[in-house]
Structure formats: structure tokens, C-alpha cells
Design a protein around this ligand. Structure first.
Ligand code: NAD
Length: 455
């Protein structure tokens, strides 16, 4: 059985039967038999099911937001934001799938025609994270289904109720039961799923698990995508509106209690405005309201996973021991639930785990820099490369800096942002492959090359 716990109260909210290696084999076989018929349906029919899925989300939005908040502890307004954001992603996929998946004629002369078709991969494993289960799940299963794949979807054990809701909504919308199946369980269920002869693995989660999966799946020569963690930096130049930059970055660091893959995790500030920025940033952070995530006024909820409290405590202790200055927060709150105060340090350096390892919580370090070159060097001094940003009034300067930063997404005067129209990818330990944009539809297909000579 899988025990689902409310991270705000520590109380058990559900006990769910988990899948076994045997049941996972059964689901794989059923998906394999169902996939060809699903792929053979006209695209318009598959699009219609996703349109109805969208209607289902709209029709049940309040209930789905409440379920999400109950199991991951996300403040209720942020749960609604995630569901509303999902609608935008669905609209993108619904609008772009037709042209992206259409056969393309690339040559026609002298009796010879060449064309490209987009074949589904087959049956794919979609192993997902809990922090934005609608976003990271739908980035995979929606385009995968539209492209004609069967999907074995394993939600995180911390977002299983949401995963089951997704399954029900897709089935109600007309996706065949066998073509999309939810696997319930923790890492052992994920490993058992990967033992099946699937045609692709699409994983969102930590670098540690991603590395294990890469080792296990690598020799099988199947499509492997890993969307992993980050240690995302932002550089604040001396020409900014300090109050506006501080407000934007405090939100980028603390939204969803800092549990976003693209949360701002490191801030570098040009020395001339360092003190003013730090003062404004701390004032913004103190304005957040920690509290019951079902309360409309709460802006910081609990951490979803209890073990992360130890990670944050260790980062705080390490930073203090090495001379960082604690400006606010720094402590876990008493149970029940898994709570950590929004925490800000300055006088940090790269010898501290706070500036090197993903925090995935409401903890941030602010470091003073002398100039753009030092900022770029520090931004790139990381094992990760998901996003990076710069705040400045100067467009040319921003472009020069962002061109030198090694990250999948770069931001000018914004942060913690994902667009369905742009590819979402990371470099180094942030992963391989991509989702979103038209590339993130193509990635669920195999391009087939047709050489056609007329008789
Ligand atoms: P995690 O690695 O602990 O778990 C992710 C999933 O993998 C879960 O479903 C889990 O059950 C499963 N799993 C665990 N061990 C497995 C194994 N041996 N074989 C197969 N499956 C296994 O990560 P998490 O705590 O769920 O997510 C947090 C991490 O995800 C953070 O590092 C965050 O940055 C990252 N993330 C990245 C993105 C992105 O787009 N790059 C998006 C969201 C989250």
C-alpha cells in the first residue's frame, strides 16, 4: 500500500494499493496491444480527446486544485495557477500538433519524391515528479498521445492522487483505458516499469535518479529524455529598478516554497547596489505568508517531502559555519507537517553547498560581484544548466551576458518562467532531451524517410 500524507498536517489522507511487477507487466502488454489502434485513429480524433480532457480540467478545476493542495501542500492559489497554466499548454499542443505531425514533402523532381512522416515511438514510460504534476506530466503524455503513442504514466508517489485524477479525466475524454495507464507506486514501481521493453523513457526528477535511469536504459538504444534539477542563477546589474528586481526575484526564489525546477537558487548582485538590493529582497520575503495551504491568503506552504528539511538544515548550517550572513529565516518549524522558514543569506561563496547543490526549498544565497565577467564566470560555475537570467535596463548588455551562459533557457528581466512555445531543456546535470514547443511534439515521434520513385 502507498500512504498519501498531507504535508501541511502530517495526517494520512489515503492508502492506495500499489502496482506490482506482475501488474506492471500486465499494463505494459495491454498498452502494447492498444497502441496501434490508437495510432491508426485520425489525428482529429486524438485531438478531440485532448479537447475533452481540457473541458474536464475546466469543469473540475476547484476540486482538482484541492486534491493537489492536499497531497503536495501547494498554496491553493498556486494549485489553481498550475491548472490554468495547463490549459494554456493544452491549447498550444492542440494548435500545433496538426502541422508538426503532418507528413512533409521535401523533394519532387524527375520522377523521384522524398517525404518525411512522423511515426509514433510505440509504448513509452512517463515517470514524473511531484512539484508540478500537471505541467511535467502533460508536457509528456499529451504530445505523446497526440503522436499516437501508448503511455505508461507513473506519477510521483507524492502526487499519486493527482495522477489518478489525470487518468480518469483522460479516460472519460475518450483515451482508451489501455492506451494510457497509471502506475501507482514509488521508485521500485518506476524501476519495474523500466524493466518492460518500452520504446522510450521520459523522466522528470532528480539528477541522482536520472543518472541511475540513464545507466539502466542507455544500452537499450531507445529514446531517453531526462528533465532534471537546477541551481539556477540570476545576475542583477547596477542599472535596475532595485525594488522591482527584488520583488520579481523573491517570487522566483520562493514560489511553490522554492520547489520549482527553475526556481531562482543563486543571486549575484553588482556591488554598487548590493546593500539596497538585499534590503529590498529581505523586505519582500518577509511579506510572504507562511500558512495553511488551503487558506487563500497563504503564499508559502509546507515542503512536500519531509527529508528535504534535513537537506535545507544542512545547507543552512554549512553556510553559517563558512561565514555567510543569515538575514531572515533559517529554521524548520515545529511539526505537524514539514515546514521551513523562507531563508535568505548574503556573504555566500561557492565553497558552500547552498551555492552548489540544488536546495529545492525556500532558501537562497545572494553574492556580491564586481562586474559582468565575474557574474558570468560564477553563473557557469555549476554542475547544472537549466535556466539563468539577468536583470538590467540595457538590452545589448543582457544579450551579451546571456549568450555566454550555458543553460537551456535564459531570461532577461524575468525568471521562473516556462512557455509552451519554447523548448524546455537543460544542459549538464539538468538533463538531456526536451519538452514543449514543436520540438517537444516531434520528440515523441521517429521521422521516417520515404524515397519514392515513380515507375
Ligand atoms: P525523484 O528523482 O526523487 O523522483 C522522480 C520520479 O522517479 C518519481 O516518480 C519516483 O518514484 C521515480 N523513481 C525513483 N527511483 C526510481 C528508479 N530507480 N527507477 C525509476 N523510477 C524511479 O525526483 P522528485 O523528488 O520527484 O522531483 C524533484 C526533482 O525533479 C528536482 O531535482 C527538480 O529540479 C526536478 N524537476 C525537474 C524538472 C525539469 O523540467 N527539468 C521539472 C520538475 C522537477
Amino acid at each position: 500500500m502507498l500512504t498519501v500524507t498531507n504535508p501541511a498536517s502530517g495526517s494520512t489522507i489515503a492508502e492506495l494499493p500499489t502496482d506490482t511487477p506482475g501488474s506492471i507487466t500486465g499494463k505494459y502488454r495491454a498498452a502494447r496491444s492498444a497502441q496501434a489502434a490508437w495510432a491508426n485513429r485520425p489525428l482529429e480524433q486524438r485531438l478531440a480527446t485532448i479537447r475533452r480532457f481540457r473541458e474536464g480540467i475546466v469543469g473540475h478545476l476547484e476540486r482538482l486544485a484541492a486534491v493537489l493542495t492536499s497531497e503536495v501542500g501547494k498554496p491553493i492559489r498556486q494549485s489553481r495557477n498550475e491548472l490554468n497554466g495547463l490549459l494554456g499548454r493544452l491549447d498550444f499542443f492542440l494548435g500545433a500538433a496538426g502541422a508538426t505531425l503532418a507528413a512533409r514533402s521535401v523533394f519532387d523532381a524527375d520522377g523521384m519524391r522524398e517525404r518525411i512522416t512522423h511515426e509514433p515511438l510505440g509504448v513509452i514510460a512517463n515517470i514524473s515528479a511531484w512539484n508540478y504534476p500537471y505541467f511535467v506530466g502533460a508536457n509528456v503524455f499529451v504530445p505523446a498521445l497526440l503522436a499516437g503513442n501508448g503511455v505508461l504514466y507513473k506519477p510521483s508517489e507524492y502526487a499519486t492522487l493527482t495522477g489518478l485524477e489525470i487518468g480518469n479525466l483522460l479516460h472519460t475524454a475518450g483515451v482508451p483505458q489501455d492506451a494510457f495507464q497509471v502506475i501507482v507506486g514509488a521508485g521500485d514501481a518506476g524501476a519495474a516499469l523500466l524493466a518492460q521493453p518500452v520504446d522510450g523513457v521520459f523522466f522528470t526528477g532528480s539528477y541522482a535518479t536520472g543518472a541511475r535511469i540513464a545507466q539502466a536504459v542507455g544500452p537499450r538504444m531507445i529514446r531517453l529524455q531526462l528533465e532534471l534539477g537546477g541551481k539556477d542563477p540570476t545576475y542583477v546589474c547596477e542599472d535596475v529598478d532595485v525594488a522591482a528586481a527584488a520583488a520579481s526575484l523573491a517570487d522566483g526564489a520562493m514560489y511553490n516554497s522554492g520547489q520549482s525546477c527553475c526556481s531562482v537558487e543563486r543571486i549575484y548582485v553588482q556591488e554598487r547596489i548590493h546593500d539596497a538590493f538585499v534590503e529590498a529582497f529581505v523586505a519582500e520575503v518577509k511579506r510572504f505568508r507562511i500558512g495553511d495551504p488551503t487558506d487563500e491568503a497563504s503564499t508559502i506552504g509546507p515542503l512536500t517531502r519531509a527529508p528535504q528539511l534535513d537537506v535545507l538544515e544542512a545547507q543552512v548550517a554549512d553556510a553559517k559555519a563558512k561565514g555567510a550572513r543569515l538575514l531572515t529565516g533559517g529554521r524548520r518549524l515545529d511539526p505537524p507537517g514539514h515546514w521551513f522558514e523562507p531563508t535568505v543569506f548574503d556573504q555566500v561563496h561557492h565553497g558552500m553547498t547552498l551555492m552548489r547543490e540544488e536546495s529545492f526549498g525556500p532558501v537562497i544565497g545572494i553574492q556580491k560581484v564586481a562586474d559582468d565577467d565575474e557574474a558570468v564566470r560564477l553563473m557557469n560555475d555549476t554542475d547544472y544548466g537549466l535556466t539563468a537570467g539577468v536583470y538590467t535596463r540595457d538590452a545589448a548588455r543582457a544579450e551579451r551576458i546571456l549568450a555566454q551562459v550555458n543553460a537551456g533557457s535564459v531570461y532577461w528581466n524575468c525568471c521562473d518562467r516556462v512557455s509552451p512555445r519554447l523548448p524546455w531543456s537543460g544542459v549538464k546535470h539538468s538533463g538531456i532531451g526536451l519538452t514543449l514547443s514543436t520540438y517537444g511534439i516531434e520528440t515523441f515521434t521517429r521521422p521516417k524517410a520515404w524515397h519514392l520513385r515513380a515507375p
